[in-house]
Design a protein around this ligand. Structure first.
Ligand SMILES: [Zn+2]
Length: 532
């Protein structure tokens, strides 16, 4: 069994370099190349051990990023992946090695995303030299064979003389990850920082308490000092001798543990951390925490400075997201100042925030100029999405014109078709119908079909058209169509949907969505008088 062809059914554009104006695809290339070793040379024995193919291939995307673009880029990706995985309630209670699934892709987020993260933790705990020695030994001893997770454990132990049973028990055979709640007090007389660490995850089924090494860093006026600790209990306390009041206390300073972290600190400490933490995750955590602190001008000013001046673009982007979350005139002013940033990824995030700006009629004009003049497609597409949220009087003409512009991979067309759905103006229907048609490129059709779900809902001819698309054999078209039919709420879709469900042609996930849509369509319409 080989998974090298897994992603090639709908190939995205292949471009070897990260170009600022276009999408990059080198992560995908790194992933598929890694499968020549992890997947082809050594192949997982069954689906339960699929992470031995996909977790490794996913981690090699990170290793490539670190090699090619530097440690900050890789650290930022891991920070983002950590947050999105920790927020996924469906994946959290399921172990990576798992035989209880109906569809091979049902828990892909564990096999790929968590798999990559777990290998990152393994590398941090073993150290680079031991980690790579273990990987080489694993590949050499299992070359040309099928493997299960126990073969990897054995290879690591043989190559490094390190027992990794406990690591694999909690991260691979067990489910979840620690949810930490952390706080500290400073005892001036004793010159001590007292730290309390709670694991707040619900211990049940396959989710237990975690035993993890954590690097603490405490900064005082005299400088930074590291304190390695091991967290293992539901509640742990630690005391650290320091030479003065702490300015910054970092828990897992380099983000080496897959976790969520609730660290109760006052705004001034988060501001200090945003300005001074040495690692990208430390500053990114600070930006995110400050985004929850409204009505504080010092917070807005600090985020505005980070959005302009932080040395790493990802922190500039996170500061902008935090400002967008805070909202209000002074946050908006800081976001507009970042439009001059030389990195298109940063300008894109600034433009995304502008969609929800309030009480500023000049914003729409500004977005239109950005759409016409920015040199990066990612920024231009963000401008179209934000324009649809701002809804200026000329929006429908502007978006229809944008649909007509050719661009690499139809990116502008796709963004404009999606924006027409967000805009919600029925004058957008004819152009959406045109680009949803059979024979147009798939990504363009999917955008048009999705937006058709949101417009002119009483128009029966749109429902009929969508039902015709649903009969096509393409999974992605079907999926978009079923969702769009659900949004239209037209009961005429009930019988064809029931027939499709009975045919058994849908995947597990499609079936779930189709059943949800059917349930909604079958509900009797609520008369206006009954609405609250
Ligand atoms: Zn893969």
């Amino acid at each position: 069994m080989s998974s090298a062809g897994w992603r090639t059914r709908a190939p995205p554009p292949i471009r070897a370099v990260r170009c600022e104006t276009l999408q990059k695809a080198d992560g995908l290339i790194a992933h598929e190349l890694a499968h020549q070793w992890f997947g082809d040379l050594v192949t997982c024995k069954d689906w339960a051990n699929l992470w031995l193919n996909e977790g490794f291939a996913t981690y090699f995307e990170t290793l490539w990023e670190e090699h090619q673009y530097g440690a900050d880029e890789a650290a930022y990706s891991l920070w983002q992946n950590r947050n999105s995985w920790m927020n996924n309630q469906r994946l959290y209670p399921v172990p990576m090695v798992n035989r209880n699934f109906k569809d091979a892709t049902e828990y892909a987020g564990n096999i790929y995303g968590k798999g990559g993260w777990v290998l990152h933790m393994l590398r941090q705990q073993l150290g680079d030299a031991e980690f790579y020695r273990a990987m080489k030994h694993y590949l050499e001893t299992n070359r040309g064979q099928n493997v299960v997770t126990a073969d990897l454990v054995k290879a690591i132990e043989q190559a490094t003389a390190t027992n990794v049973d406990q690591f694999f028990d909690q991260w691979v055979y067990g489910a979840g990850a620690p949810r930490f709640k952390v706080g500290y007090t400073y005892d001036e007389a004793a010159r001590q920082v007292k730290l309390t660490v709670e694991q707040t995850q619900k211990v049940e089924d396959r989710v237990g308490l975690f035993r993890v090494p954590v690097e603490m860093e405490i900064t005082t006026a005299a400088g930074r000092k590291n304190f390695p600790i091991t967290v293992a209990q539901a509640k742990d306390t630690f005391t650290f001798a320091v030479d003065g009041p702490p300015l910054m206390v970092l828990f897992d300073k380099a983000n080496k543990v897959l976790k969520s972290l609730e660290f109760n600190k006052p705004p001034k400490e988060w501001i200090y951390q945003l300005r001074n933490a040495a690692t990208v995750p430390g500053r990114a955590d600070a930006a995110k925490a400050l985004g929850e602190m409204r009505h504080d001008e010092e917070v807005v000013t600090a985020l505005g400075q980070a959005a302009l001046k932080d040395g790493f673009w990802g922190i500039r982007a996170e500061a902008l997201r935090a400002l967008g979350h805070i909202g209000g005139p002074s946050a908006q002013k800081q976001i507009l100042a970042a439009l001059a940033n030389e990195k298109p990824w940063v300008r894109q995030v600034a433009v995304e925030q502008m969609g929800s700006f309030k009480d500023d009629p000049s914003v729409a004009t500004r977005l239109e100029t950005i759409f016409r003049e920015d040199k990066a497609y990612r920024v231009r597409t963000a401008a179209l999405a934000s324009l649809a949220q701002q809804k200026p009087a000329n929006a429908v003409e502007l978006l229809r014109a944008a649909v007509g512009i050719d661009s690499p991979d139809d990116r502008l067309r796709i963004a404009a078709l999606r924006a027409l759905g967000t805009l919600g103006d029925d004058r957008g229907v004819p152009v959406l119908v045109e680009w949803s048609a059979t024979g147009k490129p798939f990504p363009v059709r999917l955008a048009a079909i999705t937006s058709l779900g949101q417009l002119d809902r009483k128009n029966k001819s749109i429902t009929e058209r969508l039902l015709a698309y649903m009969a096509e054999p393409y999974r992605a078209v079907r999926f978009a169509t079923i969702t769009a039919l659900g949004q239209r709420g037209d009961a005429e879709a009930v019988a064809p949907l029931e027939a499709l469900l009975k045919s058994g042609e849908l995947s597990e996930r499609q079936e779930q969505v189709a059943r949800g849509v059917l349930e909604r369509l079958k509900q009797p319409p609520v008369a206006p008088a009954e609405k609250k």
